[in-house]
Design a protein around this ligand. Structure first.
Ligand code: HEM
Length: 621
């Protein structure tokens, strides 16, 4: 018996021919339909690893609801695996890769996890720490030598924290609590949340020090519940939830394709088609309004725009979010996303409630899983559709060309499960963040007509009244970039960020041991007058460079994070926002609606508008 035959026999007895993966193997790999023989064994190995992983995750006779659910998810994935197999094996005329090809392995060797950063970074960190001590909490007892221990660090008492968060709706005011605690305890303070211990940092220089000292694989805090869900369902982690080497591998692949402005500039055409649909939608909504001008709750509209925009880039297909009747899978996704955020508190509890307590308080964990099931299902539908589409082209002997997803399929640098996971996590990360930012930008423009007028004049002068802009046009309108930066300074969608230290650090005069959870308080630093003069004021011009040496980088406001683990979708978000703001202002003057008073910010996982924003879109003459 040949190798494939032996494997086929092994598979049929060890899995049973009714195993959902068996038909896939039989059809796609073992029956000799593969056109590229060498690929066949590699792929078989990959499938076997997948099969074994699934068997480990779902032992025979297991009756837990999670195991049943995992089984229910398998058949769809098996079919996609079969297609995947066929595409890999027939990938003769693959599309040329866009962007840089990966650097040679020697160049890319990561430092091992936990390894110290290069000497230069260490020296910088030490030097900065001297300054950081200045900005940090006062030295306890006037002692000046050596770093102090965490025991000496000030901070709210555990009970006070519990009252603040559970009785006084602290989860909805995390951004304000950052400022309150900074006033009360200084720019570096400690907190206990039950068993969790967190050191919060609300000082620009200390934030810079921590992020600049990061190693090759910075660790995000509190991802355990995300990782547990993926483990239970036999899913891969994506960029947000992965850690260590797995994160590094995926990050290297994705950063080559979407991290640089020029990588995403080519999507201007696709985004402009979505903007055209958005503007049509605004005209429809205006025509339905009593005054012929008001669009109520603009965030609903911008949510659809952001989802359509980011999906156009991620899945290379349109979802129809801006149509009169939204397709059912998209409606289901929006529901799953809504569930994820509406139960933000419960999902936090899902992570916070220890496993042994779940039988007594099952709801948060079950809802958390249900919501992730919906998000993964949606991504899988669109990824699989693209896979089928590619296969059709290949079957017709056509050359396959495409965008992000096509490149990921053809380059084989990620497994199919990793593609599902990354598409799911990127869509999740890219929709609300962009739509909230856009809502705030429009809100600020409506309330600051003078800024709006200056920006409009700049657009008309440098681009014209009706020129449809591309990425190349954005630098001609510097104020539009400044508007986005100022909006994100005042309303940073992620008001804080988390890290787990990977080596001992001295920050603000305190020794922070390796493995400590840090909370970087970006909202608090954004509102410090010493970082941004007249910090409470909306003043986009503050971001304009007056000369090539006049850099305005400022760790007081880093809404996309900093360094190797910063937002990978930053350029996509910027493209979506810059282009749409320019076109909205070309078409309309944006005015406040008499129904919208000042809208406060609220933390709901992300920093969201605390009430609906209604604006009037008045047609330009
Ligand atoms: C205004 C819009 C956005 C803002 C303000 C934003 C902000 C952020 C921030 C602060 C982080 C954490 C960075 C860190 O830990 O240092 C992050 C991570 C991430 N963002 Fe965004 N984001 C936005 C849009 C997007 C979009 C459109 C996508 C996808 C297309 C995206 C995908 C991601 C992913 C995958 C990560 C995890 C990166 C990693 O851990 O390697 N984001 N984002």
């Amino acid at each position: 018996m040949g190798r494939a035959g032996k494997r086929s026999a092994w598979l049929s007895c060890s899995l049973g021919t009714d195993h959902p993966l068996f038909p896939a193997l039989g059809e796609g790999v073992l029956n000799g339909r593969c056109k590229l023989m060498p690929r066949r064994y590699e792929f078989e190995e990959a499938l076997l690893v997948h099969v074994k992983a699934e068997q480990r995750a779902t032992p025979k006779g297991s009756s837990s609801p999670d195991r049943k659910l995992a089984a229910a998810h398998r058949p769809g994935r098996a079919a996609a695996m079969a297609l995947w197999a066929r595409i890999l094996s027939t990938r003769a005329a693959s599309a040329p890769r866009r962007g840089r090809s990966p650097a040679p392995a020697a160049q890319q060797q990561p430092r091992p996890q936990g390894a110290r950063p290069p000497a230069g970074a260490r020296a910088r960190a030490r030097a900065e720490d001297k300054g950081a001590g200045r900005a940090g909490a006062p030295r306890a007892g006037g002692r000046a030598q050596g770093p102090r221990s965490l025991a000496a660090m000030p901070g709210p008492r555990t009970l006070a924290n519990l009252v603040e968060f559970f009785w006084k709706d602290g989860f909805g005011r995390i951004h304000e609590i950052q400022q309150k605690h900074t006033r009360e305890y200084g720019k570096i303070f400690k907190s206990h949340f039950g068993p969790q211990f967190v050191v919060s940092i609300a000082d620009r220089d200390m934030v810079a020090q921590v992020l600049r000292a990061e190693g090759a694989t910075p660790q995000r805090a509190n991802m355990e519940s995300w990782q547990e869900y993926r483990h239970l369902r036999g899913r891969s982690t994506g960029l947000i939830s992965a850690e260590g080497e797995q994160w590094l591998k995926m990050r290297r692949v994705l950063r080559q394709r979407i991290l640089k402005p020029r990588d995403v500039a080519i999507f201007s055409g696709e985004i402009n088609q979505v903007i055209a649909d958005l503007i049509k939608r605004i005209y429809i909504l205006k025509s339905q309004a009593e005054d012929g001008e008001t669009v109520t709750n603009v965030n609903e509209l911008f949510f659809k725009y952001s989802m359509e925009g980011v999906a156009t880039i991620l899945y290379e297909s349109r979802l129809g979010c801006l149509e009169n009747s939204v397709p059912q899978p998209t409606v289901d996704y929006i529901e799953a996303l809504g569930l994820m955020f509406s139960m933000f508190k419960t999902s936090m509890y899902a992570g916070a409630i220890p496993r042994w307590l779940r039988p007594l308080i099952p709801k948060p964990w079950l809802e958390f899983c249900r919501s992730w099931d919906g998000l993964f299902k949606f991504s899988q539908i669109h990824v699989d559709n693209k896979l089928k589409d590619i296969q059709c082209h290949m079957d017709r002997g056509e050359r396959v060309r495409g965008g992000l997803l096509t490149c990921l399929f053809l380059s084989q640098e990620l497994t199919l499960e990793e593609i599902y996971a990354n598409m799911t996590e990127m869509l999740l990360a890219g929709v609300d963040t962009t739509s909230f930012t856009l809502s705030w930008a429009v809100y600020l423009l409506a309330r600051h007509p003078q800024v709006q007028q200056t920006l409009y004049q700049e657009i008309v002068k440098n681009l014209g009244e009706r020129h449809i802009p591309t990425a190349a046009d954005v630098p001609k309108v510097p104020l539009v970039r400044a508007l986005l930066k100022e909006t994100l300074r005042l309303f940073p969608v992620l008001p804080g960020n988390g890290r787990v230290t990977q080596e001992d650090l001295v920050v603000g005069g305190y020794l922070i041991p390796k493995g400590t959870q840090l909370a970087l308080c970006h909202y608090a630093t954004s509102y410090e007058d010493e970082n941004f003069p007249r910090a409470k004021e909306f003043w986009p011009e503050r971001w304009l460079r007056k000369g090539s040496l006049d850099r305005v980088d400022n760790f007081g406001s880093i809404p996309f994070g900093y360094g190797v683990r910063s937002c990978i979708g930053r350029r996509i978000a910027e493209l979506e926002i810059h282009l749409v703001i320019i076109q909205l202002l070309q078409h309309f003057e944006i005015k406040p609606s008499s129904w919208t008073k000042a809208v406060p910010a609220k933390t709901h996982g992300l920093l969201t508008p605390g009430g609906p924003i209604h604006v009037r879109f008045v047609n330009r003459k």
